[in-house]
Design a protein around this ligand. Structure first.
Ligand code: NDP
Length: 513
């Protein structure tokens, strides 16, 4: 049975989306990659869905000198490459865009910015609410906030109006100490409610739907524990290599780039306890509690339960050659940066005691896929004589996040024919087939939430700290005793090194491919 055959009735949706109150967004690093590929198309997507405030403006800021018109041409090009069908509303949207330039550490540039944003607020009748989006290399975050603060731009009204909020892109520090230092700096100038730490994975529909799936259905939660679940696999595989982000990636590596943030958030959502309400603080608290319950790896466990590797030359499925990481432009000649990590971990609480969680993420894998696969325990006894208990595959529930968002459930079912003819069937829910649309880009959801002041889908200070507490000892072990957990290699276009397969074989299982 394919999903096309599946008959699904969609009930009356219990949802409403109201546009935020008037505001402006000031984008730092407006000439950059993230802004071009994600932010501007997402803002335009919200505009077309009538979800931007009725009175709104976009003010770009960067060092690159550009006139408003040149900036608008750039905005047009970015949006057309993401939304080729959206030409009609584009001119209206472009009329909302302005630009000013300056150095990120020049107080005069911020005085100019203050004037410019006031002018925009008047011209567009957009109140004085401002969202500052720092789409900048992380080393510029603290200095930019310092200047915004000194220029009075982060100051809110006594009753919270006008509001001022600042969005930070990952990474939040490069280890525990630097993350805490950055956070102390930010917290000396901003209230927690003004800080939005972005993790775009949390904006994906399927990631959000994990909470509804678990806590809006009474049938799954009773099974969601050590009594019924055998193990959980979380995979974030990319088919691409480092592409144009080599300078950033060669300093960061897979553990910092994927594990410290996206992987930990997905793990937290799938394993956390039910919050008392779908309220930002309650949900964030439960995620943090879960991160605190992950059993820290000892030095020995880091060597035996965490695999790191880098891709060498390989071939694609179509036979074309793929370069080794070390031959990619911009990578240090003897770089030991990992492009793949697999890890086994346990969660020390009543619900999950003894259930292994396997996490893996890598670049240059055979295909792009992000998913969480929950494998249930096998039946306790086989009553079907021809099939032993060991032959009957376990039920697997797959929360599919990329490239296609949806949910699959593998079950055993009777196949037409002989009495005990059985095979595995998939009940498949594909988001775009059921709802007739692809889910909006994660950045749309998250930008909207920033404007609405809803921090549910953003990292909290405690969450960042808890994730770095787990990850930093791994980084230190790799640095201090590299011979104990050596950097392995895998051919580009493969599913990673053999050691990763051996890791999951410790429980007699295999990675899903
Ligand atoms: P870019 O490298 O494109 O930088 C953004 C802008 O910052 C540039 O256009 C440039 O503008 C300015 N800039 C760059 N380097 C410097 C420097 N050394 N000194 C001063 N200004 C500089 O960054 P991205 O757009 O790729 O990323 C922005 C943020 O988003 C980063 O924190 C990144 O980690 C994060 N991020 C990016 C993703 C992506 O896919 N690109 C994905 C997820 C997160 P100008 O010279 O005009 O001032």
């Amino acid at each position: 049975m394919t999903s096309a055959d599946t008959h699904v009735t969609i009930g009356k949706a219990m949802c409403e989306e109201t546009p935020p109150e008037p505001c402006g967004i000031v984008i730092f690093g407006a000439s950059g990659d993230l802004v071009a590929r994600k932010l501007l198309p997402a803002l335009f997507g919200l505009y077309r869905r009538n979800l931007l405030p009725e009175r709104f403006f976009v003010l770009g800021f960067a060092r690159t000198p550009m006139t408003d018109e040149e900036f608008r041409t750039r905005v047009r090009d970015c949006i057309l490459s993401a939304h080729p069908e959206g030409v009609e509303e584009l001119d209206e949207f472009l009329a909302l865009c302005r630009y000013t330039h300056g150095e990120y550490d020049d107080p005069e540039a911020y005085a100019d910015l203050a004037l410019c944003s006031s002018e925009c607020a008047l011209d567009y009748h957009a109140a004085d609410n401002l969202l500052f989006y720092l789409a900048l290399p992380p080393q510029l975050h603290a200095v930019t906030v310092r200047h915004l603060y000194n220029a009075g731009l982060t100051k809110e009204g006594d009753d919270g109006h006008p509001w001022r909020r600042v969005v930070f892109e990952k990474p939040f520090g490069h280890d525990l100490a630097s993350a805490l230092k950055l956070d102390d700096t930010l917290c000396s100038m901003l209230r927690q409610e003004q800080i939005f730490r972005m993790d775009h994975y949390l904006g994906k529909e399927t990631v959000q739907s994990i909470l509804m799936f678990r806590f809006a259905n009474a049938i799954f939660e009773p099974l969601w524990n050590r009594s019924y679940i055998d193990h959980v696999q979380i995979t974030v595989a990319e088919s691409l290599g480092v592409e144009h982000r080599s300078a950033y990636y060669d300093n960061a590596g897979c553990l910092r780039d994927m594990f410290q943030n996206h992987m930990m958030q997905m793990l937290a959502l799938v394993a956390m306890e039910p919050p008392t309400s779908f309220d930002s603080e309650r949900v964030r608290d439960e995620r943090v509690k879960l991160l605190h319950s992950i059993r820290p790896w000892s030095k020995d466990e880091i060597c035996s339960s965490v695999v790191r590797a880098q891709y060498g030359a390989g071939i694609k499925a179509d036979g074309s050659p793929l370069k080794a990481y070390l031959d990619e432009p911009g990578i240090a000649p003897r770089s030991s940066t990992e492009t793949y990590v697999a890890a086994k971990l346990f969660i020390d609480n009543w619900r999950w005691q003894g259930v292994p969680f396997f996490l893996r993420s890598g670049k240059r894998m055979p295909r792009k896929v992000s998913e969480i696969a929950v494998t249930f325990r096998r039946v306790p006894h086989s009553m079907f004589g021809m099939h032993s208990k060991a032959e009957m595959p376990a039920n697997v529930l797959i929360l599919k996040i990329q490239p296609e968002e949806g949910i699959d459930l593998h079950i055993q079912a009777k196949q037409p024919g002989p009495k005990s003819c059985m095979s595995t069937m998939t009940l498949a829910f594909k988001y775009h087939e059921i709802f007739g649309i692809n889910p909006p880009d994660a950045y749309e959801r998250l930008l909207l939430d920033c404007m609405l002041g809803d921090r549910t889908l953003f990292w909290s200070r405690e969450g960042v700290e808890a994730a770095w507490q787990l990850i930093t000892p791994i980084l230190e072990t790799w640095r201090d005793t590299p011979e104990a957990s050596p950097l392995l290699h895998y051919p580009a276009g493969s599913w990673g090194p053999d050691a990763s397969a051996r890791l999951i074989r410790t429980i007699g299982k295999r990675w899903r491919e």
